[in-house]
Design a protein around this ligand. Structure first.
Ligand SMILES: Cc1cc2nc3c(=O)[nH]c(=O)nc-3n(C[C@H](O)[C@H](O)[C@H](O)COP(=O)(O)O)c2cc1C
Length: 451
């Protein structure tokens, strides 16, 4: 087919209109469950085929799954992507192996077609999301009856957004932080610490096995932590229940059982709740006249939490405030309760933060703190397997054992009550209120007052 170069015929206005429309695409994780006709799906796929491919080989293959039962099976396999059940179709991005021409050329070609497919869907008024999280590769292969010479590393979900689906475009890094001319140049805080090594071979790294991952947040600067956590929090949409951990189970509720009775119009601060999962539990617990401020390192986290809370049915007004890791944004002795729910172990300098908490707490105020316990079964499991993989989206963390916790607290706080929560490495939330066994539980939660 001969195509005229029609670039000259587009006015600057038309160009801008098209580009703005393309830029407004955002991932949808909340579909309305309606079907898209196959003719329409095929139109979008034929748009996708306009993408470039290495040597024009077009070694791609797209498997469209639009049968509701098979979509349910796909969701089961994927585990973490519930939108597979409610989208209209999943387009599995497959490619023939043995033709990479180095540099993953075949994979690059499929990716080009994948994004073209998303843009086509967007311009045609549909919604889409790309998913690498398709689940166990062999399970997917069996479901798709995919020959062994083909592989599949992702699927694009297509559908119509639910009318209430989140509509905020996830933030983008500033242009000058990711683009440089001629040679590599990039702000320090956007390059994250890794274990020292002479070389970093690409194939030595996978999600579950990453010899270079630096899990100790004290080896990161606050600015690096802020940067990492700020972009990754938008890896999901701010939907009800997002980022709720199966391992945590009911433990959040039990941690917050330690909240004391509060004075009228109490001022409450929560530190570094990342995606706001703990904020939801906390906001439900507070008396209506209490004010709650969540303190985070980056505005991206605050926007995510602010979008999320109404979707969780939280009517309590929650303020957001920023801190750089050094001083908390409160006047001295102005806060009645500070809550740090499993975030101390994510901090670059937990001792400094606890000093700051002491500064901002009123003398009769309280700290409610919980940490993942290094001396628990979970802590051992963390060291044996979790910490060998990629650091999580919430940022690097290292569980804290009872001794270290005591060292961190003793200069500024007196522990009033201490609970050990959860016996197993995950899931249960049995509470132990007395005895030494508390210090072997998955989570140590405590209430302390200024010393
Ligand atoms: C290769 C790739 C894999 C992705 N995998 C998933 C996934 O498994 N689950 C998910 O919810 N989002 C996934 N996403 C969507 C990203 O989280 C999303 O594109 C990003 O947060 C930017 O948001 P936007 O697409 O709304 O601009 C993936 C995106 C890409 C490009």
């Amino acid at each position: 087919m001969e195509i005229q170069n029609d670039q000259q015929t587009l006015s600057a206005n038309d160009t801008q209109t098209i580009l703005s429309r393309l830029a407004s695409r955002l991932s949808c994780r909340d579909f309305d469950g309606s079907r898209i006709a196959r003719e329409e799906l095929l139109l979008m796929l034929s748009d996708a085929l306009e993408a470039p491919s290495s040597c024009n080989q077009q070694h791609w293959h797209f498997i469209i799954v639009d049968d509701p039962q098979q979509l349910a099976r796909a969701a089961e396999l994927a585990g973490g992507n519930p939108h597979f059940r409610t989208c209209s179709a999943l387009v599995y991005l497959c490619f023939q192996k043995g033709w990479t021409h180095d540099n993953f050329s075949v994979v690059q070609g499929v990716a080009a077609a994948g994004y073209h497919l998303m843009l086509s869907a967007h311009l045609r008024g549909y919604h889409a999301i790309w998913n690498a999280g398709i689940g166990d590769p062999e399970g997917v292969r069996a479901m798709l009856d995919l020959p062994s010479v083909f592989d599949c590393q992702g699927a694009i979900a297509l559908g119509r957004a639910h009318p209430d689906a989140p509509a905020r475009k996830p933030p983008r890094r500033p242009l000058n932080s990711v683009v440089s001319f001629q040679t590599f140049e990039r702000p320090e805080n956007t390059i994250y610490p890794v274990e020292n090594a002479n070389t970093y071979p690409f194939h030595a790294v996978s999600r579950d096995s990453n010899p270079y991952a630096q899990w100790d947040p004290t080896q990161w600067s606050w600015a690096q932590l802020a940067d990492y956590r700020a972009w990754s929090v938008w890896a999901k949409s701010p939907l009800n229940g997002v980022y709720t951990s199966r391992r945590q189970g009911e433990a959040s509720e039990r941690e917050l059982d330690l909240i004391p009775s509060l004075p009228t119009e109490a001022k409450v601060a929560e530190l570094m709740p990342w995606g706001g999962t703990s904020t939801v539990t906390l906001a439900r617990r507070l008396p209506l006249d209490a004010s709650l401020t969540v303190v985070e390192l980056h505005e991206n986290n605050l926007h995510f939490i602010q979008d999320r809370l109404p979707r969780e049915g939280i009517t309590h007004s929650v303020e957001g405030a920023l801190f750089s890791g050094t001083s908390l944004p409160f006047a001295t002795q102005s806060v009645d309760l500070v809550v740090i729910a499993q975030s101390l172990e994510h901090m670059a300098d937990p001792a400094a933060i606890l000093r700051e908490v002491r500064r901002v707490l009123r003398n009769e105020g309280h700290l409610v703190l919980s940490v993942r316990n290094r001396a628990s079964r979970y802590g051992a499991e963390w060291a044996r397997s979790e910490a060998r993989g990629q650091v999580p989206l919430q940022g690097p963390f290292t569980p804290i054992g009872p001794k270290r916790l005591q060292q961190l607290l003793c200069a500024n706080f007196e522990v009033e009550e201490l609970h050990g929560i959860g016996q197993s490495a995950g899931g249960d939330s049995e509470v132990l209120k007395e005895g030494l066994d508390r210090f072997r539980r998955r989570i140590i939660a405590l209430r302390a007052s200024p010393a």
